[in-house]
Design a protein around this ligand. Structure first.
Ligand code: MFK
Length: 542
């Protein structure tokens, strides 16, 4: 019999996990930490089961049936088995509901669950993210009627009553620039608002509700005149006839996720707040879903690295395991160090979100959260693609073979820099918040995180922050051209400071690994500032 290579084995994503364990041990009070264990263990079991199951069945994608045999419009979507399990897993383990408990740790505990569930969920986390955002928007509104109607469903711990919400924003002419939204809201004679238009990326069309941007009839152009509406998609067991699904998108990745193009032809709608400034009203959805994007990207990196590491332990080349080949080990360790930095930033954003929402954050932390949310999203989104690509290479040709499950990691990862705002849009969003006091808030936070840690880290972080600050003095065109470099630099500074804190805590417990991650992360450099010479830019594009 010819040689047969064993497939990479996935370790238990919770029981045999180190980084999330240490983070939760450091942050959470003992009682809360212990209470979390059962859900994380069960979600780890599910993740392991889902990975093993996916290796033994033919991949499935959702199927849209628009018409029944007798010509009636039905727009029925048949979901994959994993998606059919989504409501039960979400409700049983409070994946969503945990984030809305009355505790400053609620968001951290929610995102620990998301971290374990995400890759197994086949991006069921996408509609969960939007539902979380919708719940957050409704709670922030003073619309008691909508709150009473929707929140018990969005945050339900019973799969039978759980509702998913979409976020219907993107249109053919209004992607990043939603001010171009063409959907119109008209008030009918009975006083009911109704929406007319086409939404171009609806990933929760199987959900029961959505938040939608639309322009009230007669309102002027631009984004300030858009209003935010709440809609429901079902009339009992049937999809409302004023909502039709034109087709499901044929995407590079996230193929199990039924992303749809839809038409609204008089769908009943209720204003969430005032009939203007809809972008401002929907902004909490953006920030919540961007945090989901961050944690999902980090979870994705963890999965790719874990598989590559396991493979390196068992695959022999040139008479020894790959893990003993210095260059291969170096490559894996570099990936791990970047991942640990990304993890630290992502979970700090989750913790800060909970503290801000619960009212226990210091004033500078409110500003810090607003700045770190886009920074974390844009950096981790890009990094996930890079790490997944590198991980595939760790398997040689097998990394390119579809039924290993590895190519899907890379295809799916490409959504993170796109989903919920592309990298450059996020960099410009960071600029929106980046005045002198926001930078000071970041400096203050970094100094606190660095306290008692490796002085070389503090020196490198200060130098990189100074360099980024110098770039903020540029004129507007240069500032925008350099926004990505500034954002990446600030993200790396925050991550390095957070790694320093984790390393100090871990060293006191005789664990030297986070300190090794910090040294390596610093070795990769913090500064990513760009050359923004406009003449060169024009020459290169001419
Ligand atoms: C999982 C798999 C998914 C399958 C594939 C998916 C592929 C992608 C599908 C999608 O389409 S996902 C949705 C992606 N779209 C976005 O994320 C939108 C990206 N664009 C932006 O984020 C723009 O920056 C934005 C739409 C917000 C620009 O809008 P405006 O109205 O032109 O900007 P403006 O005037 O600066 O902001 C309006 C208000 O919102 C301001 O407040 P005020 O009215 O009080 O002045 C801003 O401060 C506020 N604002 C904007 N962004 C904010 C924010 N407030 C808080 N947080 C933010 N992030």
């Amino acid at each position: 019999m010819a040689f047969l290579q064993t497939a990479p084995q996935l370790a238990h994503p919770w029981r045999e996990e180190r980084v999330l364990h240490a983070w939760l041990d450091r942050v959470l009070p003992a009682g809360r930490r212990a209470a979390l264990d059962a859900d994380l263990d069960a979600l780890g079991d599910y993740a392991l089961h889902a990975w093993q199951r996916a290796r033994t069945i033919t991949p499935r994608t959702p199927v849209l049936t628009q018409w029944d045999a007798w010509g009636a419009r039905v727009d029925r979507i048949e979901l994959t088995p994993t998606w059919q399990e989504g409501a039960a897993i979400t409700a049983q383990h409070a994946v969503l509901a945990a984030g809305h408990e009355a505790s400053e740790y609620a968001r951290l505990e929610e995102f620990a669950r998301v971290y374990l569930y995400h890759v197994a969920s086949e991006f069921y986390t996408c509609p969960l993210a939007m539902t979380d955002g919708a719940a957050t928007v409704l709670k922030a509104s003073d619309n008691r009627e909508l709150m009473a109607r929707a929140l018990p469903h969005f945050l339900s711990r019973d799969p039978a009553t759980l509702w998913l919400s979409g976020q219907w924003m993107t249109e053919t002419h209004g992607g990043s620039d939603v001010g171009n939204t063409e959907t119109v809201a008209r008030k009918s004679d009975d006083g009911q608002w109704r929406l007319y238009g086409r939404k171009w990326f609806s990933s929760a069309v199987v959900g029961e509700a959505a938040l939608a941007l639309a322009r009230p009839e007669g309102a002027g152009a631009g984004s300030g005149t858009l209003a935010l509406f709440y809609v429901e998609t079902m009339d009992g067991a049937h999809r409302r006839p004023e909502l039709s699904i034109d087709r499901l998108k044929d995407k590079l990745g996230t193929r199990e996720l039924p992303t749809a193009e839809i038409h609204l032809d008089g769908l009943p709608a209720w204003p969430v707040g005032e009939l203007a400034h809809g972008v401002r009203q929907i902004a909490p959805v953006l920030n919540i879903t961007r945090t989901w994007n961050t944690i999902c990207a980090v979870a994705h990196m963890a999965r790719a690295i874990e598989l590559a590491r396991d493979y390196a332990m068992h695959r022999e080349t040139f008479a020894r395991p790959l893990i003993e080949q210095p260059l291969h080990a170096q490559t894996l360790a570099d990936m791990q160090a970047e991942f640990e930095g990304a993890f630290a930033l992502g979970f700090e954003v989750a913790l800060l979100l909970g503290r801000v929402e619960h009212g226990t954050a210091a004033p500078h932390e409110v500003q810090l959260l607003r700045l770190l949310t886009p920074l974390a999203k844009l950096w981790t989104g890009k990094l996930a693609v890079r790490i997944c690509s590198e991980a595939l290479e760790c398997f040689g040709g097998q990394g390119y073979i579809e039924d290993t499950g590895l190519p899907q990691l890379l295809r799916d990862a490409q959504v993170y820099p796109i989903w919920e705002g592309a990298t450059n849009v996020l960099a410009l969003d960071a600029l929106r918040t980046l005045d002198g006091s926001a930078l000071m808030a970041l400096r203050t936070a970094c100094a606190a995180w660095n306290k008692g840690g490796d002085p070389r880290a503090a020196f490198a972080i200060d130098a990189a922050l100074d360099a980024a600050q110098a770039h903020l003095d540029a004129d507007r065109a240069r500032l925008e051209a350099g926004a990505r470099g500034i954002a990446l630099t600030l993200a790396r500074c925050a991550a390095a400071a957070l790694l320093t804190r984790q390393a100090t805590w871990s060293q006191e417990r005789a664990d030297a690994r986070p300190a090794a991650a910090l040294r390596r992360f610093l070795g990769h450099g913090l500064t990513r500032l760009a050359d923004t010479e406009p003449d060169d830019t024009h020459l290169l594009l001419g």
